[in-house]
Design a protein around this ligand. Structure first.
Ligand SMILES: [Zn+2]
Length: 258
């Protein structure tokens, strides 16, 4: 069974639109601990001792019960339990217990798999697609969906990039350096103009270049050439929109064409 089918089958066992991750864990006999560990150390961790699985969630990183971040982290840890190779690996000690961090997406394949599991568990494809059918893309659409599914804006935009009805690109950066990006398959550009450095002429670049970082959410029109490389000659003045969501030294931008 694919990760998607597995996660969506589990979600389908429950009527709630907000997938009850805590109840799922309880029904599997998993012990969950919400505790205040050091900041920055990890969001979640699953360990196997004395024939039992234990899931630790770090409230210091914002992973409290039923918070958007905590729900995603728990869903990710559930991925390590439900995906056969992960569970067997943890049981046999082949897969070491590891600190899982939100927004560290593309580093390890097991982390990517658990993130994908979480995404499918919290936002099953058929449900999600029903909610966006015939709706025009806008940041408000994402905002509405992330409340309905009680997931973070980032997680929701990520899902939208994968299965949404309008091509978008997501760019996540810290301190002016791009940490990851993801675009819909049919998004027209793949390459960023400045590689890992956020270009100064973008909305995100403007945010990082300000000395006084204020969290303002902004939608602005930009040109393809502000962000992207290999822009075709006749596309140089192609208009896109950028919605930048900053938080301290971090920022997520959603980019789309109208
Ligand atoms: Zn993990």
């Amino acid at each position: 069974m694919s990760i998607k089918d597995l996660a969506e089958f589990i979600a389908s066992q429950y009527q709630e639109k907000i997938t009850p991750v805590n109840i799922i864990a309880k029904n599997e006999g998993l012990q969950i601990f919400y505790d205040n560990y050091e900041s920055g150390t990890f969001d979640g961790m699953t360990i196997y001792v004395n024939n039992r699985f234990y899931i630790h969630l770090n409230t210091h990183n914002g992973n409290s019960e039923n918070s958007k971040r905590g729900r995603f982290t728990l869903a990710h840890e559930l991925g390590h339990f439900f995906i056969d190779t992960h569970r067997i690996g943890l049981k046999k000690g082949i897969l070491k217990p590891h600190p899982s961090l939100v927004n560290r997406k593309q580093f390890f394949s097991i982390e990517r798999e658990a993130d994908y599991f979480a995404s499918c568990l919290l936002m099953p494809e058929s449900r999600f697609k029903q909610d966006i059918v015939k709706k025009k893309f806008s940041p408000q659409l994402i905002d509405g969906l992330c409340d309905q599914y009680r997931v973070s804006r980032t997680a929701c935009a990520f899902r939208f990039a994968q299965i949404g009805n309008h091509p978008i690109m997501l760019i996540y950066a810290e301190g002016g350096i791009v940490k990851w990006k993801l675009e819909s398959d049919d998004f027209p550009y793949k390459w960023l103009r400045n590689g890992r450095n956020v270009p100064a002429t973008t909305v995100m670049g403007e945010y990082f270049n300000k000395s006084n970082l204020q969290d303002i959410y902004k939608i602005e029109q930009i040109w393809a050439i502000d962000w992207f490389d290999y822009v075709r000659e006749d596309d140089t003045r192609k208009a896109f929109y950028e919605y930048c969501i900053p938080y301290k030294n971090k920022a997520l931008s959603i980019i789309w064409e109208d």
